[in-house]
Ligand binder design. Structure first.
Ligand code: 13P
Length: 336
């Protein structure tokens, strides 16, 4: 077993998942302002360290994805943030892309940037304690999109990123996200997700990536949020499994879904059914941002001094998702 494979299996062991707390300063500011909290380095740190020091981190969260600002911050108890995370039995990770920018040649679409100088930045993040990294490619579905240009250029960037990350002895999370925004059907989501993921693996293989040392972070198969084509959670689960079985090479050890705008309960219920019906060898877990933080953030915004109350909400969500990652969740467990 390679060292990278060991890190993957540790992050995703026993139903553990990933807490995506790597919102850029711009995104985090929007999230904080939406609950009427002023965004500054102190408030961003306070909310995040409240989550990172919650008791369920130990049983439920195998990895935390950080943003550049956070990996350099010191907690109120004077711990470096990566140390605080390691002390909770979890691995610190880092978002290393520099964001999705307008794609020249197809200006309605996005290409993720951040390859220039990446080797040097990775060395620094490794020295700060990062064990894994994240890069997100983003695709929207509409009549003519995603274009071949968008699919190929993002796959190429994800592969070059992964090669540099593995060279630096860290695990790359490969995140090709098909956005839920739009009027597209479930079939469109299925077809485009398959095409995008297959192209990513063509490039990962071309770039000689050790597939046993990556985590794939895909979307689930859902209709667009403006579509009338709604399906049950059972159907979402079965289509998601089918899509991944047909597009992901079997060497890949783990898949950790993004929540992508699903409600907290929806994201948990879908993950639970995916695990109930999972006939593949992939570990199927979570790497949620909003679906782990929403309730806790809302509560905290009204009581920023109530650390315990905020942690109780986060602990519950983490526990529910870790049960779901083992197919052991049920609706009744949501009543606290
Ligand atoms: P969401 O779960 O809120 O989609 O965030 C996951 C993530 O890391 C997006 O890049």
């Amino acid at each position: 077993m390679s060292d990278l494979n060991k890190i993957v299996l540790k992050i995703l062991e026993k139903g553990k998942g990933v807490l995506a707390a790597d919102e850029s300063t711009g995104t985090m500011t929007k999230r904080l302002e939406s609950v009427k909290v002023k965004s500054n380095p102190e408030s961003r740190l306070l909310f995040r360290e409240t989550l990172f020091s919650s008791s369920k981190m130990k049983d439920c969260i195998g990895g935390v994805i950080l943003y550049d600002e956070t990996i350099r911050q010191i907690s109120s108890k004077k711990n470096k943030i990566p140390e605080l995370i390691e002390n909770m039995g979890s691995y610190p990770g880092i978002k290393v892309d520099t964001g999705a920018k307008v794609l020249a040649g197809s200006p309605d679409e996005k290409i993720t940037e951040g390859l220039d100088g990446l080797r040097e930045r990775l060395k620094e993040y490794y020295s700060l304690g990062a064990k894994f990294t994240k890069w997100r490619g983003v695709y929207s579905i509409s009549k003519n999109y995603p274009s071949k240009l968008c699919i190929e250029s993002n796959a190429h960037a994800l592969a070059r990123y992964s090669a540099l990350v593995q060279e630096c002895n860290m695990v790359p999370i490969v995140e090709p996200e098909i956005l839920m925004d739009g009027e597209h059907s479930v079939k469109d989501c299925y077809d485009k997700t398959s095409e995008v993921i297959k192209k990513c693996f063509d490039e990962l293989i071309l770039h000689k990536i050790d597939l046993t040392g990556i985590i794939l972070k895909p979307n689930m198969i859902l209709a667009g949020n403006k579509s009338h084509d709604k399906i049950s959670s059972e159907e979402t689960a079965k289509l998601t499994i089918n899509c991944l079985k047909n597009s992901v090479p079997s060497e890949v050890p783990g898949i950790a879904f993004l929540s992508g705008g699903q409600s907290e309960i929806e994201a948990t219920e879908n993950l639970n059914l995916i695990n109930k019906y999972n006939t593949s060898n992939f570990i199927m877990s979570y790497s949620y941002g909003r679906a782990l933080q929403q309730g806790a953030l809302k509560f905290w915004s009204k009581n920023t001094k109530d650390i315990e109350g905020t942690q109780k909400i986060f602990n519950h969500r983490a526990k529910m998702n870790t049960l779901a990652a083992q197919g052991k969740w049920s609706k009744e467990l949501e009543i606290q």
